[in-house]
Design a protein around this ligand. Structure first.
Ligand SMILES: Nc1ncnc2c1ncn2[C@@H]1O[C@H](COP(=O)(O)OP(=O)(O)OP(=O)(O)O)[C@@H](O)[C@H]1O
Length: 343
């Protein structure tokens, strides 16, 4: 067996199967906000979870981290396997050993995730002391090493600075240092560059790429921005109204999307680096709220390719479409959708 075959056949690090998450509704019941979401993240792979605001990306990634309950929701169905273990019924005390050395998460507003009352060094050190049992001195050394790894200049001095002394981009580096200090196998990054200037954004993406090369960490990258995803991810999962609309290799999704929603997202994003012959156009309408998902295809009322009487009555399954994609569209084999070229 070749090395490549072995790689392909290795079990994924993360696998969600039919994951369904619900939140309480004002009527006293539960409303699904994420429904039957299945995807995998392989060892060392970088996978993007994309879609407009409200599509269910954050809820999905927080469910992977076992944080649904903290938000007041519940996993109502499906499974999450991480490194061979099923996590949805894992007791909280076992989660504590898994978050940190198993998986870590960074967010859009790093400054909010850091405690303003402690130096960044103390916060990184605390994380490795708690999760890896380092003593005080070793933890401080690790904190400096990590600040150095995320390319914060003069790491040995800056380790004693408080978060307010760092810019937004530098705070995000500190957060990455804190999470990576425990050597996680999976890094979940939820819109980590959205709040940053374009040039800073570029540098953070570059850093994530380098960290992946150096450490082999797997990446689940949550973003509404397909252009950013194009630079970083091998696989793309497109979410719409709480479910997967399309998933496949990034190359295939960008060049030849199989779901009109993906094609719409590609057309709506102006970025150098992505070339399209089409005029920029936003997808008309807005994403329906959980509990108000329309019958049939959930995207049908915004879709330029909808067929009345069909798309508004039958809910499509996710079915193979193209060499490496799956799409949830009844008309996928009948329509020609335009993609973009990644420069
Ligand atoms: N704690 C909560 N209680 C009730 N509903 C929630 C809660 N958190 C999220 N939701 C709902 O779940 C749906 C999906 O939200 P989610 O944050 O996952 O979307 P998203 O795609 O990550 O969007 P964004 O990019 O804006 O974060 C939304 O309709 C949201 O209102």
């Amino acid at each position: 067996m070749t090395e490549r075959q072995q790689e392909t056949e290795a079990p994924p690090l993360l696998e969600t199967r039919d994951l369904t998450v619900e939140f309480p509704n004002p009527a006293g019941g539960w409303t699904p906000v994420v429904q039957q979401v299945s995807f995998t993240v392989g060892q060392g792979e970088s996978v993007a979870l994309v879609g407009e605001s409200g599509s269910g990306k954050t809820v999905t990634s927080l469910a992977v981290m076992g944080l649904t309950g903290v938000m007041g929701g519940r996993v109502a169905g499906g499974s999450v396997h991480f490194d061979g273990r099923e996590l949805t019924a894992l007791p909280e005390r076992e989660w504590r050993g898994l978050r940190g050395p198993g998986m870590g998460m960074i967010f859009q507003q790093p400054i909010r995730s850091l405690n303003p009352a402690f130096t960044v060094g103390d916060q990184i050190a605390e994380s490795v002391r708690r999760h890896l049992g380092f003593n005080r001195k070793a933890a401080r050394t690790r904190a400096i090493e990590m600040l150095d790894l995320v390319q914060i200049p003069r790491a040995a001095e800056r380790v004693d600075d408080y978060p307010h002394a760092f810019s937004g981009g530098m705070c995000q580096r500190v957060m990455i240092a804190m999470v990576m200090a425990c050597n996680p196998r999976l890094l979940i990054a939820d819109e980590p560059t959205t709040a940053l200037d374009v040039t800073v954004q570029e540098r953070i993406l570059q850093l994530l790429r380098e960290l992946q090369e150096q450490t082999g960490v797997s990446l689940l990258f949550v973003s509404h921005d397909l252009a950013v995803v194009a630079e970083l991810c091998q696989k793309v999962i497109v979410m719409y109204a709480g479910e997967v609309a399309e998933q496949g290799t990034a190359a295939d999704i960008f060049l030849r999307p199989r779901h009109p929603y993906t094609s719409g997202l590609l057309a709506a994003i102006p970025k150098p680096g992505l070339r399209s012959d089409r005029r920029l156009e936003a997808i008309p309408g807005s994403i329906p709220a959980p509990g108000s998902w329309p019958a049939g295809c959930r995207f049908h009322d915004r879709c330029p390719h909808r067929e009345p009487g069909r798309c508004d009555s039958r809910h499509p399954d996710l079915t193979p479409a193209g060499p490496a994609n799956e799409a949830r569209c009844l008309r996928t084999s009948e329509i020609e959708l335009q993609g973009v070229t990644v420069a």
